[in-house]
Design a protein around this ligand. Structure first.
Ligand SMILES: Cc1cc2nc3c(=O)[nH]c(=O)nc-3n(C[C@H](O)[C@H](O)[C@H](O)COP(=O)(O)OP(=O)(O)OC[C@H]3O[C@@H](n4cnc5c(N)ncnc54)[C@H](O)[C@@H]3O)c2cc1C
Length: 385
């Protein structure tokens, strides 16, 4: 990663996020004005390809960027990177016209994209979604209810995963511009963490878009492909939050009296922090390894076809699970470190614990990812479903 880019991100993180925790944790109206200030760094949507006018930074570079943002605030980091889920689907499987009309402005003047997959009843069994897309003339008409969708209230466009109204096994991913009549935000969820971000329940009632807004390929597979990048970056937020917990623990231990000295001089404390550092290093290494796998495919001559064949990357699943699990262990040990104070809202550690929780839940809980890992990478190829 070029040091000037990382410096710009670090400066933003220290200036806008680091000392602003109370506001970022307050569920203030999203999007916060500070996202405009990120736009001023010239790095908004940094992964968008150069042929769409973007900076074209790879996922390996994104690990350093997201870790630095999440060190400042995980909710802000999530808001800034989660558009990658929908934009990578559009970039790989959208028509040239869609890329020109929707990705190029995002690269030029910022903005957000939201992806609408989850539904209340279907849960993680996305094959059971009930949002439908009906072909009428040259249009697709969408109807349904999406339970969780980050950024959708202020996104420039949505990528909606829907089932074909006529073909039971057919699913599509469809680009729906923000102001399409029939898109209704039902509510913003009051999440326990990531409170600088906005996640919404959305209803689609007779939303009509041109049939050419459907991405080219089977919708559930395209979603799975898009999830590679965002799962790796969700994993990376755990690295940033864990680094913050480590540094907070050090700060506290330097002032906390213990046995005539300070906690920082205690061997048990040293052992805990040594363990934390090892965990952070393993988490970061796995995120980087997964990002390199992703970048290698993105740089291959026919990335779109290779990804359709490959689907979910094993290293992306590993990154998300290992970071969720080790991150949660760090959050738990970190909160213990502060004694009773760690259980009060006086200390930042409480917020960091709440922020860390999402890593093992969003975009597939560990039970779901373990099952996916089993079906894709443990069951012999000949027997795979
Ligand atoms: C902050 C936040 C942001 C989000 N943003 C978005 C977004 O932008 N777009 C979007 O589409 N979604 C979004 N989501 C939804 C999120 O991805 C899902 O909530 C998550 O994947 C978990 O799925 P679920 O809620 O359907 O729960 P489920 O997967 O149904 O899980 C409920 C329970 O069932 C268990 N379970 C489920 N499947 C299995 C299985 N196969 N074997 C054993 N146990 C199982 C789970 O372990 C869990 O205990 C967001 C959620 C949050 C909290």
């Amino acid at each position: 990663m070029r040091s000037d880019i990382l410096n710009r991100v670090s400066e933003f993180s220290r200036r806008e996020l680091f000392d602003n925790q109370e506001h970022l944790d307050s569920l203030a109206e999203a999007p916060l004005p500070l996202y405009q200030s990120f736009q001023d760094t010239g790095l908004m949507n940094w992964w968008l390809p150069e042929n769409a006018g973007g900076a074209g930074l790879g996922l390996e570079d994104s690990i350093d960027i997201v870790s630095e943002l999440a060190y400042g605030d995980a909710g802000a980091a999530f808001t800034l990177f989660i558009s990658i889920l929908g934009t990578s689907m559009v970039s790989l499987y959208g028509s040239d016209e869609l890329k020109e009309r929707y990705l190029a402005p995002m690269a030029k003047s910022g903005g957000f994209c939201a992806t609408l997959g989850s539904e209340q009843v279907a849960g993680s069994e996305l094959g059971n979604i009930t949002t439908t897309a009906t072909l009428q003339g040259g249009n697709l008409v969408l109807n349904g209810q999406k339970f969780f969708s980050t950024n959708s209230k202020f996104a420039d466009f949505l990528v909606v995963v829907a089932k074909s109204a006529t073909e039971p096994s057919g699913y599509s991913a469809i680009l729906v511009p923000k102001n399409t009549p029939g898109v209704r935000i039902v509510k913003r969820w009051d999440m326990i963490g990531l409170r600088a971000s906005g996640t919404y329940q959305v209803t689609l009632e007779g939303c009509r878009v041109p049939a050419s807004n459907a991405l080219n390929g089977p919708g559930l597979r395209l979603l799975e492909i898009g999830l590679n990048a965002s799962r790796i970056l969700i994993a990376t937020t755990a690295v940033g939050v864990a680094r913050r917990i480590r540094d907070l623990s050090m700060e506290y231990a330097k002032t906390k009296p213990l046995g005539g000295g300070k906690l920082v001089d205690n061997a048990v404390f040293a052992s805990k922090l040594g363990q934390m550092e090892m965990q952070i290093d393993a988490m970061k290494s796995q995120c980087k390894a997964a990002a390199r796998d992703y970048d290698a495919i993105m740089h291959s001559p026919d990335a779109a076809t290779t990804f359709v064949r490959q689907g979910t990357l094993k290293s992306a699943l590993t990154a998300k699970m290992i970071c969720g699990q080790l991150g949660w262990d760090i959050a738990s040990k970190g909160s213990e470190m502060f004694g009773g104070l760690g259980y009060t809202n006086e200390m930042l550690i409480g917020k960091l614990v709440r922020d860390m929780r999402y890593v093992s839940i969003v975009e597939g809980g560990d039970d779901v990812l373990r099952e996916l890992m089993f079906n894709r990478y443990v069951v012999p190829v000949a027997k795979r479903s």
